[in-house]
Design a protein around this ligand. Structure first.
Ligand code: CNA
Length: 347
């Protein structure tokens, strides 16, 4: 194990060398987000409660068009903002800071690479993310914070055409973003490159093909709990396989590279930023709640004023009637009803 890690550190230290990452749900499991396929803890093992015809239906565009509720139940649990990046995410960010990051191809939709500080031009979110949302019918864009707010009261619908709105996550049956294909044309032939594949079962195509297609002079590394994909089917003599927790490996590599102080600073900064953001969200939510309460109060006051005017008018009319000596049973009852309505609107 130590020899393998030293070899990786050696390549990373070399002048002009770069690293391309190919990552999946396994790099976010330590953040508290379950992956798809891990037995017992994976999402697919825990989807019975959503009554799906088959587990993948939760990310199937045809199923979503008929029944978006299952996706939104899951989306509520996975929505960005609740989770902090893992040590592995920060390791990618440190590679960027050291001028070593060629690209990070990610299958994840949790945006944790961005939250860790990896820049947009260095990330390829092959399966999209929660960063933007669109109506699936008229394609109108919806801001993430609006989507999040609508999710609290039901299935988000387009204000323009009332179609369902979906985050720009690539579902089964949808095409991958053009950025994926454009950048892969540039990246696949990079020499002097390290390819680190981490936290993925390499089961979803075309993503799973990337580590297979990468330049033959590139050293491939698999950091995963199990051997998978091209590392099983088409192994290369120079492959390095580390079947371990990806954060543990990242921590050891960071030590070997002498980046520990920077890693600790990134983790501390990330925690602080999240706490501040949480506070701001809570404050703005409680502000908008009190604005809604205030608006309800105003409505109540207007209703009470209208009713009291109606009561006064009826009372005046009834008094006039009794002066005339006639019985106005219905009108008297109206006065009682209005008075009781007025009582109910007290705020
Ligand atoms: P997967 O098929 O669930 O595979 C995950 C792999 O990671 C498995 O081989 C695990 O053994 C391994 N693993 C889990 N935890 C660790 C760990 N701590 N250290 C090392 N290895 C670990 O997930 P894939 O990413 O391969 O599948 C592609 C799907 C998953 C994409 O379409 C994603 O959209 C989707 N997904 C994303 C997220 C997310 O954004 N965090 C969560 C769940 C699913």
């Amino acid at each position: 194990m130590d020899k393998k890690l030293e070899k990786i550190a050696e390549v990373l230290k070399k002048e002009g060398s770069t690293v391309t990452f190919f990552v999946g749900a396994g790099i976010s499991t330590n953040c508290g987000i379950p992956d798809f396929r891990s037995p017992k803890t994976g999402l697919y093992a825990n989807l019975q409660r959503l009554n799906l015809p088959y587990p993948e239906a939760v990310f199937d565009i045809e199923y979503f068009k008929k029944s978006p509720k299952a996706f939104y139940t899951l989306a509520d649990e996975l929505f960005p903002g609740k989770f902090l990046p893992s040590i592995f995410h920060y390791f990618i960010k440190l590679c960027q800071d050291k001028g070593k990051l060629r690209r990070c191809y990610s299958q994840n939709i949790d945006t944790l690479e961005r939250i860790a500080g990896v820049e947009d031009d260095k990330i390829v979110e092959a399966h999209g993310s929660f960063a933007n949302s669109h109506c699936i019918t008229c394609k109108a864009e919806m801001e993430t914070k609006v989507l999040r707010k609508l999710m609290k009261t039901g299935i988000p619908k387009c204000p323009v055409c009332k179609g369902y709105v979906k985050p720009d996550i690539v579902f089964f049956g949808e095409g991958l973003p053009s950025k994926f294909f454009d950048l892969w044309d540039e990246d696949c032939d990079t020499e002097k490159n390290l390819a680190i594949v981490a936290g993925t079962s390499l089961a979803v195509f075309p993503f799973a093909n990337l580590p297979h297609e990468i330049n033959k002079n590139c050293k491939r590394v698999l950091i995963n709990r199990e051997k998978c994909g091209t590392f099983l089917d088409s192994p290369r003599k120079t492959d390095i396989i580390l079947l371990e927790d990806c954060d543990k490996i990242a921590e050891k590599l960071v030590d070997l590279l002498g980046w520990k102080t920077e890693l600790d600073a990134l983790i501390a900064k990330g925690k602080k930023k999240m706490e501040t953001e949480k506070k701001l969200v809570e404050e703005s939510e409680s502000e908008s709640e009190s604005e809604e309460e205030e608006a309800d109060k105003h409505k109540g006051v207007e209703k009470a004023e209208k009713l009291s005017k109606e009561v006064a008018a009826k009372v005046a009319k009834a008094e006039e009637g009794s002066k005339e000596g006639s019985t106005r049973g219905k009108e008297d009852k109206d006065v009682v009803d209005l008075a009781s309505d007025l009582e109910k609107t007290k705020i």
